[in-house]
Design a protein around this ligand. Structure first.
Ligand code: HEC
Ligand code: HEC
Length: 322
């Protein structure tokens, strides 16, 4: 009996020691620096491209970066009391030369949007990335960030430097590769012809407006390079946080007739994503961005594409669906 106890003690003790050593290795490892390879990019100057850039920036970037001063000066994404990531702000991305991104070159900015690596070589792990956005759309959105539009004019806002790269969870996610930069080799990416509705809709919902990022199972199981391989693709369940830090699961928007939007009409879909009103008249929570700026052609294309996504007959609001 005593022998058994002794051996159990030794085994347990060794296990605990191994776990402690692993934890210490994670905690005391340095945050890696990555190479920055600025993208070769020429900004458009025509008004159509600027309008396109405005649409992308005010719909997507503003969702996370719109500050209290009405400019893209950054806002709190998670509070200091949050145990995993701690206090985290999105960046000031106005034209301020030191407090904003005025001194980023266009190529550095494009590289960050593609890979997540900022101009200092630090991985912006929490920042949304756009590996599938076309070169023309990336250039258009950067042109808008450089324009004389009100929301990008210099803001003095300064936010605390993100803590999570030095916190255990951040280091752990770095070690297991979740915060690795996305590969980018400069292969040209073109916008599909809008007359091919399904291809254009797929492009918009996986490359520009990133519907699948929120509408699949979780950020951790999303596949940014191969969106269809994301767990529960468009079946919802990912927890999305609002400005008061309340979590709401995203919905199933596959064509499932039981748990998705298989019984909706194109008009109901358009109303829901533009204005937030569901077919039953209830309002969508603010965790769902409003896509009010999208034109009819874009909404129709996204709708057409979603009809082709495999239906998932589970309810993301039921706890057993993940
Ligand atoms: C889902 C939220 C989210 C969206 C959408 C988003 N961002 Fe960010 N962004 C962040 C957060 C959070 C940070 C700060 C993270 C960090 O520094 O680790 C950030 C940082 C940045 C930075 C600064 C990086 C640095 O450290 O210098 C730039 C530039 C930027 N975002 C541009 C954009 C642009 C342009 C868009 C739209 C195409 C966009 N972001 C969309 C959340 C977001
Ligand atoms: C930042 C995360 C996020 C993004 C990006 C996003 N959604 Fe949502 N969406 C949500 C959340 C969260 C809900 C659930 C809101 C609620 O419960 O009121 C939702 C709800 C919906 C609904 C209502 C479904 C229902 O059954 O009531 C539709 C339709 C929808 N989204 C479509 C889209 C489309 C299309 C896109 C891309 C153009 C998109 N969403 C992008 C988070 C997101």
């Amino acid at each position: 009996m005593k022998k058994v106890l002794k051996w159990t003690g030794i085994v347990l003790g060794t296990l605990i020691l191994i776990i402690l050593i692993l934890a210490a290795w994670i905690q005391f490892s340095a945050t890696p620096k990555h190479e920055v390879k600025p993208v070769d990019i020429v900004l458009p100057t025509d008004s159509l491209s600027l309008a396109r850039g405005q649409k992308i920036v005010t719909t997507i970037c503003a969702y996370c970066h719109l500050g209290e001063d009405g400019k893209l000066s950054g806002k709190m994404i998670s509070p200091a009391s949050e145990p995993g990531f701690g206090e985290l702000w999105s960046a000031n991305i106005t034209q301020h030369p030191t407090k904003g991104i005025g001194s980023y070159t266009d190529g550095e900015l494009a590289y960050l949007l593609r890979t997540g690596v900022n101009r200092d070589g630090r991985m912006s792990g929490i920042m949304m990335r756009f590996p599938k956005m076309s070169d023309a759309d990336v250039a258009a959105l950067i042109a808008y960030l450089r324009s004389d539009a009100g929301i990008v004019q210099p803001s003095e806002a300064v936010h605390p430097f993100p803590e999570y790269p030095n916190k255990f969870l951040g280091k752990f996610l770095t070690k297991i590769g979740v915060f690795d930069p996305l590969p980018y080799d400069g292969t040209p990416i073109t916008t599909p012809d809008p007359s091919d509705q399904v291809a254009y809709g797929r492009y918009l919902s996986t490359g520009v407006y990133e519907c699948f990022v929120c509408h699949s199972a979780s950020f951790e199981t999303n596949n940014e390079l191969d969106p269809e391989k994301s767990a529960n693709y468009f079946g919802g369940g990912n927890l999305i946080t609002d400005d008061e830090f309340n979590n709401v699961p995203s919905r199933n928007i596959t064509p499932s007739k039981t748990h998705g939007i298989g019984n909706w009409t194109a008009e109901q879909f358009s109303a829901a994503i533009r204005t937030g009103v569901r077919p039953d008249g209830s309002m969508l929570k603010v965790q769902m961005p409003r896509f009010a700026n999208l034109d009819e052609q874009e909404v129709a294309a996204i709708w057409a594409y979603l009809q082709t996504v495999p239906a998932i007959d589970t309810d993301p609001l039921a706890t057993d669906s993940k």
